[in-house]
Design a protein around this ligand. Sequence first.
Ligand code: HEM
Ligand code: HEM
Length: 239
Amino acid sequence: MTPTDQGGAPGDRIPVWDLPIRLFHWLLVADLAGLWWTATHDDLALHFKLGYAALALLLFRLFWGVAGSDQARFARFLKGPAAVLRHVRHMVAPGPLPLERGHNALGGWAVVVLLLVLLAQVGTGLFAVDDDGMEEGPLAHRVSGAAAKLARRLHHANFTLIQGVVAGHVVAVLFYLVVKRENLVRPMVTGWKRLTFLPADAAAAASGGADRSGWAPRGRAALLAVLAIGLVAGLVAFA
Ligand code: HEM
Ligand code: HEM
């Protein structure tokens, strides 16, 4: 097999993450930093606003996972146990990994875990009441006082879980960089990945070369972002 069989020569760039995914990712990282800061510095008014932003980001990511670019679609990157095991075998074997134009079989499930723990955090926040009962999430008045206190406890406990999951996420990214010599961060910043020489089973993944056709139109992303923001605004207004 020649490098050309892989859809391009080593050094060529292939498109991986579209702008909406990259914006989603880095805005989410910044938002979580702000949520943590405001929660620990007693600025609950701003904490709520950043929490609504997190909900809009997560809703957008769910929409984009169904109607977005190929690499963003859940149906494309969520694979069965055989594919996950195959990837784990590649991870522990020496040498480079097969090329992926998006999440690998294991990383795909990590995305689901990340999204679920974050959604749980927003969900519990919406119903939580603070320790002195002065501030409460917009849906807290719809449940009993005991339930709102439980939501607060879950909100605290789940944040510890989030810290663990995010730490695992960053360690995984570092593992790929240091052990597998694969820089995943660059594509998450620029959108593009450089081709290296690839093992035979990578040919299918690489095919398509620099074809950007898998990236959905940005207009669709803008529309879905407006829908996500509208839904959150509606929730807050009519809570
Ligand atoms: C992913 C999004 C969120 C994260 C990471 C987050 C994080 C946190 C953390 C770490 C705390 C605890 C601070 C402490 O230990 O005292 C906290 C408290 C709280 N958060 Fe959130 N939060 C999020 C979303 C929300 C949302 C959407 C709401 C409601 C609109 C909300 C409402 C509250 C309330 C009411 C408290 C209780 C403060 C207290 O215990 O006195 N949070 N949040
Ligand atoms: C608050 C912290 C973070 C959260 C909540 C988070 C969340 C996520 C999520 C949900 C994805 C999936 C992207 C998608 O398909 O939507 C992802 C991917 C990714 N994240 Fe993060 N992330 C965090 C911090 C970081 C940091 C600090 C780095 C850099 C060191 C990083 C690097 C990446 C990379 C490279 C990917 C793509 C992985 C791949 O190629 O499959 N993340 N992250």
